[in-house]
Design a protein around this ligand. Structure first.
Ligand code: ADP
Ligand code: MG
Length: 323
């Protein structure tokens, strides 16, 4: 389907969220969020449990109503239900529902029929998510990971332009996770737009063009993983095989800020990797020495550590004061 284009203007963004808020009782789950996702972009939404990711995504999908603000998908509001939008979007939620007493194939056929997708798409999509062998297995007999893959298939079967996946790899084993990455890379290469929530920072770093980190319902930062890591002030780590250097000597090296023993390595934290490596080379040699630069995980932990603790405390208080 061709990209939606405003007359004479640039293509409408796939998703536009403006000043969206959502409150549950006295809990502000989404707090004045504004963001824009371009067509063809792979956009990741990260944040601790309870940060508001699912609420925000479900508002984008038109499954929940915002208290305030506006959402537009390809320039059209998803709330109230817009039937012209439905075939263009695919949705996998965290609590996907299935048609009961149906096999995987029957379930997906029903979903395909709802969207007017061709029957041939059903087998192809089962194959894509690696469920061909389970096509005749009833949905309730599938394993957790297989059900999750069927939920993902249900979001893909009608070849939507805009795909929402809410923690799609949560129940997947490492092989299935990698296989899904490949599927998603293929969709991205085909020009689809993907909105993706995850707890796996490696995943975000590998797949996403841009990410937003949500903390307590607010966007703490939006940028490419590369730029976020580049702008990070987190130290690099130099890892030495255990026994190569004693801690006191390591601590005395100029530029070393912290020394610790971790998982069979002596870890030297520094913002001056070059000079520290030179010194290590002189004292102990560089054989088996590894260097790790700051990762997205460092950036994430830096942004989310304290607010997440605060949120945890607030949640506990709310629970204990509930009647
Ligand atoms: P995330 O997906 O980032 O884990 P959610 O969007 O599920 O976060 O939840 C954000 C906050 O809103 C949490 O504090 C959660 O308990 C609360 N919440 C989510 N859904 C509901 C609901 N239907 N009713 C009441 N509170 C909710
Ligand atoms: Mg969630």
């Amino acid at each position: 389907m061709p990209a939606t284009t405003a007359p004479g203007g640039p293509p409408a963004p796939a998703v536009r969220v403006e000043a969206v808020s959502k409150r549950y009782g006295d809990r502000l789950a989404v707090d004045d969020v504004t963001l824009e996702i371009r067509q063809g972009e792979f956009f990741g939404l990260l944040g601790p449990n309870g940060a508001g990711k699912s609420t925000l995504v479900e508002i984008m999908e038109g499954l929940r109503r915002a208290d305030a603000g506006t959402v537009a998908l390809f320039g059209r509001s998803p709330w109230p239900r817009d039937t012209t939008l439905l075939p263009r979007i695919g949705v996998q939620t965290q609590s996907s529902a299935f048609f009961v007493r149906q096999t995987a194939h029957e379930h997906l056929r029903t979903v395909a029929a709802l969207y007017g997708a061709p029957r041939t798409a059903v087998d192809a999509t089962l194959e894509t998510v690696g469920l061909t062998g389970q096509r005749d297995v009833r949905v309730e007999s599938l394993s957790g990971g297989q059900r999750q893959r069927l939920a993902i298939a249900s979001a893909l079967v009608h070849a939507p332009e805009l795909i929402f996946l809410d923690e799609p790899t949560a129940a997947l084993d490492p092989q299935a996770r990698r296989a899904l990455w490949e599927v998603l890379r293929g969709l991205k290469a085909a020009g689809r737009t993907i909105v993706y929530t995850t707890h796996h920072l490696d995943e975000a770093e590998e797949l996403c063009d841009r990410i937003a980190i949500l903390v307590d319902g607010r966007i703490a930062v939006t940028d490419s993983p590369h730029r976020l890591v580049g702008a990070s002030r987190a130290p690099s780590r130099v890892l030495l095989p255990e026994g190569r250097l004693d801690e006191a000597t390591a601590r005395a090296i100029e530029g070393v800020e912290r020394v610790s023993a971790q998982g069979g390595s002596l870890v030297l934290e520094t913002h001056a990797v070059g000079p520290v490596l030179t010194a290590v080379d002189r004292i102990a040699g560089l054989d088996g020495v590894q260097t790790r630069t700051a990762s997205l995980e460092d950036v994430y932990l830096d942004l989310t550590a304290r607010p997440a603790e605060a949120a945890g405390t607030a949640a506990t208080t709310a629970e204990t004061t509930e009647p």
